[in-house]
Write a protein that binds this ligand. Sequence first.
Ligand SMILES: *Cc1c(COP(=O)(O)O)cnc(C)c1O
Length: 458
Amino acid sequence: MIIIPRNILEIPKNGIARDEILELLSGEMKVNDINPFKRKCFGLSYLIDEDHAEFVKSAFSTFISENGLNPMAYPSLQSMETEVVAMTAWMLNGNRKTTGTMTSGGTESILNSIRAHRDWALDTKGIDKPEMILPVTAHPAFEKGAHYFNLNVVHAPVRDDLRADVEKVAKMVNENTVLLVGSAPCYPYGVIDPIEELAQIAAENNIGCHVDSCLGGFFLPWVEKAGYPLYCKWDFRVPGITSISADLHKYGYAAKPASVILYKNDDLRKYQFYVYPKWCGGIYGSPSMPGTRPGGAIAAAWATLKSIGQEGYIKYCQEVMDTTKKMCDGINAIDGLHVMGKPDMSIFSYTFDDDLHLDFYKFIDLVALKGEWFINRMQDPPAAHHNICRLHAPIVDEFLSDLKWALKKLKSMPSTEEIKGQAAMYGMVGTIDKTEEIETLVRDILLSEYSYNPKRKK
Ligand SMILES: *Cc1c(COP(=O)(O)O)cnc(C)c1O
C-alpha cells in the first residue's frame, strides 16, 4: 500500500512572484471549476452580468482590510451596515422599530435568530427545554442551529401543495415551543409557506415566528412590485412575524458572504448580541457570531443596493420570472415530467410522473452530460432543482431540448446500463436504510474532501 502524504504542506521558502500567483489563480486553479457565466449552472451563484460582478469586486476590494467588529474604528462600515439593514427593513415593510444586523450568510442569520429566540424565551418565560417547529421543507441550517444550541425540533409535514401544514403546526405548539418557522419560499420547491396563518399561531401563543426568506428576501418584494400575484403576505406587514432572514449574496446580487437578519424590535435583537465584560484583553462585545467581520462584504452589499436601485431590481426580477415561466411551461409540456407544486418565484424542481417507472437520477445524469449542465439532485422523491438567474435567459430552448433527448435516450436504454454521474451514488445511498450509516458515510466523505491531498486534481 502506498501511503499518500496528507495534511501537511510546507509553506514556500521564498515567496513566489505575485504575477505568477495571480496567473495561477485566474488560470490553472480554475480550470475544473464551474464558470457561471457559461450559463450552465443552476445554483450556487446568483449573477446579473459580468459588469456588475466587476463592480462588486471593486467595491469589495476597497474595504478588503477593514474590520466590521469595531464600529468606533470604522464609522464607514458602521454607516454602510446600518444603511443596508435599514434599506432591507424598508424593502420588507418594516417600521421604525425594525432592527437587525448583517451576517455572513443565510445560515448565520438563521443561527442568530434561533439563539435569540431561545434566550428570549428563557429570559422572559423561563423556558429551559426549548422547542422549534420546522416544516420538513425548512433549510438544514435550522437543524444545525437546533444541534448547536440544544433545541428540540418537531417536524411538521407539508400539504399536497408542498406548503407547510399549518393546522398540524397549530397542534404541535406546547409550553416549550419558542419558535415557528416558515419559508418564503422554501429551497426545495420554491413555494411560500402560509406565513400569515403561521404568524397568527405564533402571536396567539406569544412565541417567535421566523420567516426564512434567504432566497426570496431580495426577490419577492420586486415580484409584488412588478405586479405578479403573490400566494400570501410574508414580510413585516404580518404582525406575528418576529424575525426574517434575507440573503444579500443570493438575489441581492451582492458579494459573498452577506445576509441580513431582521427582528421586529430590539427587545429581541438584544439577545443576539454577545458581551463579555471581564476579559483581561478588554471589554468585549460583538453583534453576531464571528469576531472579525469582513468590511468588503459590507461595502459590496451597500454598493450593490445603491447601484441597482428599485428599478433595476424590478427589471431583473421580471427577466428572471419570464425565464422561469418558459422553463416550467416547457418542462410541464414534456410527457412524463412535471414541475412540483406551484413555484412562487424563480426556484423550482421537477420529477417523473407517477406512472413513469424509470431511474430519475440516471435521467438527470444524461441531461447533465449532454449539455454540461450543473443540476442539483433532490430526494424523496428523486427530483431535480433549479435556481434561475438572469444569465439563463438565452439557454431555455437548449436545456429543454436536452431534457427531451435524455428522456428518449433513457427509455431506449437497457435498465442495467451504467452512466457516468451521480445515479450510482444515489442508488447506493437508497439501499442504506439506517440514517446513522448514511451520516457516517457522508461525514467520511467530508473528512476526506476537506483534507489536503497532493494527488487531487484542481
Ligand atoms: C441558501 C439558503 C439558506 C442558507 O444560506 P447560506 O447563505 O447558504 O448559509 C437558508 N435558507 C434558504 C431558503 C436558503 O435558500
